[in-house]
Design a protein around this ligand. Structure first.
Ligand SMILES: CC(C)(COP(=O)(O)OP(=O)(O)OC[C@H]1O[C@@H](n2cnc3c(N)ncnc32)[C@H](O)[C@@H]1OP(=O)(O)O)[C@@H](O)C(=O)NCCC(=O)NCCS
Length: 185
């Protein structure tokens, strides 16, 4: 009888999360457009061009970074801290985005990106992260719950996507319990 050989154990893929650079723009654009086309992530329906994403990336402030996840040399996801509201009172609240390439979803990349993004938000002194998600985005909702996000509530029929009303769930994560910083006058 022929000797049964089991395949050698697969090395877990090496995933690096780092700040995005201009060379990442084509991958970021492709991954964002997949999210737009799939209609699971955003009320945005216009696909983006690399030119538009380049301007988006290069015009961001230090407090609104973009991170990418790199697996085996390929950018397979990105995440960003976004301005929630320009009013001064909201400066400790950040909105965020997280997008994983279709072929890489469900393999822990979103979790790695969100973990790094939360660490970055703490480092930058944010008090809270907020986001809006569709009720039918099962992967997104599990991801956020896993990191302790609380569902604040649901906006009923908040947007129109392909001719249908869609509800939007608002979620939040408090990053610290410190009192608000006192402004020196
Ligand atoms: C949502 C998204 C960022 C999650 O990233 P991911 O790499 O696929 O997720 P992970 O593999 O890290 O898994 C995170 C959680 O989601 C769950 N999950 C992953 N894929 C899922 C799916 N298709 N259906 C249901 N749950 C799923 C995982 O089991 C895990 O939950 P657990 O920790 O309770 O087991 C990714 O799927 C994505 O980019 N989707 C399209 C864009 C999008 O929806 N962005 C978010 C907008 S709000």
């Amino acid at each position: 009888m022929q000797e049964q050989r089991s395949a050698p154990p697969r090395e877990p893929a090496h995933i690096e999360v780092r700040r995005a650079v201009e060379a990442d723009v084509p991958s970021i654009t492709r991954i964002y457009n997949e999210g737009i086309i799939d209609r699971v992530a955003t009320l945005e329906v216009e696909e983006r061009t690399e030119e538009e994403r380049r301007a988006w990336l290069t015009n961001r402030s230090e407090r609104h970074p973009v991170l990418v996840a790199v697996r085996d040399g390929q950018v397979v996801g990105w995440a960003s801290l976004n301005q929630f509201n320009p009013r001064e009172a909201y400066r400790f609240v950040a909105d965020f985005s997280v997008y994983v390439a279709r072929e890489a979803r469900g393999s822990g990349i979103g979790s790695r990106l969100l973990e790094a993004l939360i660490a970055e938000a703490r480092r930058l002194g944010y008090h809270k992260l907020v986001l809006a998600a569709f009720p039918f985005n099962g992967a997104g909702r599990r991801l956020y719950r896993r990191f302790g996000f609380r569902e604040v509530g649901t906006y009923r029929e908040q947007g129109v996507l392909d001719g249908r009303w869609v509800d939007v769930i608002i979620m939040e994560l408090l990053l610290d319990r410190d009192p608000p910083p006192v402004k020196a006058n």
